[in-house]
Design a protein around this ligand. Sequence first.
Ligand code: ATP
Ligand code: MG
Length: 545
Amino acid sequence: MISANNVTLRIGKKALFEDVNIKFTEGNCYGLIGANGAGKSTFLKILAGELETTKGEIAVTPGQRLSVLEQDHFKYDEYPVLDTVIMGNQRLYDIMKEKEAIYAKEDFSEADGIRASELEGEFAELNGWEAESDAAQLLNGLGIEPDLQEKQMKDLNGSEKVKVLLARALFGSPDILLLDEPTNHLDLAAIEWLEEFLIEFPNTVIVVSHDRYFLNKVCTYTADIDYGKIQLYAGNYDFWYESSQLMIKQMKEANKKKEEKIKELQEFISRFSANASKSKQATSRKRALEKIELDTIKPSSRKYPYIDFRPNREIGNEVLFVENLSKTIDGVTILDHLTFTLGHDDKVAFVGGNELAKTVLFQILTGEMEPDSGSFKWGVTTSRAYFPKDNSKEFDNDLIIVDWLTQYSEIKDVTYVRGFLGRMLFAGDDGVKKVKVLSGGEKVRCMLSKMMISGANVLIFDEPTNHLDMEAITALNNGMIKFPGVILFTSRDHQIVQTTANRIMEILPNGTLIDKITTYDEYLESDEMARKRQVYTVENTPEDN
Ligand SMILES: Nc1ncnc2c1ncn2[C@@H]1O[C@H](COP(=O)(O)OP(=O)(O)OP(=O)(O)O)[C@@H](O)[C@H]1O
Ligand SMILES: [Mg+2]
C-alpha cells in the first residue's frame, strides 16, 4: 500500500496540490486522470519520492518495492538491453554483479566463499535463476525480438527503447508500479499486451493516461486531479465520467429547489414586512432565508483550447512532387521508390503499422534527413510547418514561453504572441514560465502554437495527439478539419484520421506505397488486403500475410 497524507505542493506562489489524502491498495489499478498541466506527472514523482512535498508525506508499507517507468530514453544507452530490464530490480542486479566479481577473482578467499554463499541465498530468494528468462519473456511480449535483446540500448530506435523501459518497470513483479502515459509510443499490439499484463497484475498499479479506451480496460479505480485535489471514484473512466456528470446534475437540481424556496421567502418578506400583523412571521422567514446556502458547483476545470491554423498566403496548384524517393537504414529498405504528387486540396493520412517509414518520409520532406536516391520538390507558393514526433530538442533550453514562441513569429510583438498562448490556455503569468518545466501536454500545446503562428499553408503532423488531453484533441481535430491548406499527417486517433483525411497513403513493410483518394473508414472496409498488411506490420507475423 502507498498513501499520501496531507500532501501540499507549492511551486512558486501557486499550490499545485492542497492537503491531498489518498490511499492506493493491493490488487487495484488506479487511473490517474486530469487536464494537461493538472499535476499528474508531478504527483507520480511525489509518490516515487523523486520530489519533496511542501507539507505532508508519503507512506509506503515497509519492505515493499516501488517501480517507475523511466522517462529518460537515453539513460541506459551504455547498457545491454537484457541488463537494462533486469536492473529494474536493483537489489537483484547488484547481487548478480557482486557475485560475478567474486567468481572472477583468482585468489578466492574464505571470506569470499562465505559472501558468495550469502549472495547465492538471496539471489535464489529473488528468483534470480529465472531473471534472464523472465526479462526475455517481457521483452518478447512487447515485441522486442531476441536479436534486439542482445544489443546495446543505444542501438535501438525510440519506440524500441520505450518498450525496454516498460519491460524494466514491470520486471520482477514490483509491489507498487507507477506508469506515466505508458501507451504513448506503443503500437497497437504492444498496447494490447500491456492491457492484459495489467489486468493480471496482482499488486498496486497507478497509471496516468489520456487514453479512454485503455483506462476503461485496465482500471478498477479512477483518481481525478482537479483544483489541487484528488477525488477517488470506484470504477473505470466511463464510470468516473457518468458519476461526475450525475453529481453536477444532482447539485444543480438541489440548487434549483433551494432557489425556488429563496424566491418564495423573499416574496413573502417583501409583501408582509410592512404589515404590522405579519411582521413577526416575516422576520422569522428572513432568518430562514439567511440559513439557505447554495452549493457551489465546480464543474471540471478542463477547458478547450482554440486551435485555428490560418495560412498567411493561399496555396497554389503545385504543392509537392515526389519522385522515386528511396531510403535504406541499417540495411533495411524503409522507402522504396516512392512517387506521388499532391494537389492543393489534399489532406493525406499516412496509415498502417510502419511507424518508422512515416517518420523517415516526413523527415526527408522537411529537410531533416537526406534520401539515398530520388527527389522531391515543394511548390513555390508553399510554406511548411512541421510537428515532429519527438519534440525534446525544442525545449532543451532556458527560454521562457513568450520568448520561445516569439522566435517563430514574423511579428515580434509581445501582445500578439501572447494572444496565441492565450488560445492555447496559457494564462498571462504562465508566459514567463521556462519551457523546460512544462508538462508533456503543455509542450505539445506550445508546438501547436508554433504551427499556428507560422502561418504555413502546408502542415505536417507526426502523431500530434500523444500527451494531449481529450479537450485539446477535440480542438486539434476541429482545427485540422477547418484548415484551408494541405495536411500530411499520421495519427493513432481514428476519429482524427476519419474526419480530416480525404486521401490515404500506406507505406508497406517492404517500403512501397499504396495511395488512394478515399476516407479512412472506406479504405479499411474496401481494401481487405491493405488491412491484412497492416496487421502484418503491427504484429510482425509473416504467416498472416
Ligand atoms: N519547476 C516548475 N516551475 C514552474 N511550474 C512548474 C514546474 N514544474 C512543473 N510546473 C507546472 O506544474 C504543472 C503540472 O505539471 P505536470 O507535468 O505534473 O502536469 P500533468 O498533469 O502531468 O500534465 P500532462 O497531461 O500535460 O502531462 C504544469 O502547469 C507545469 O508547467
Ligand atoms: Mg504528465
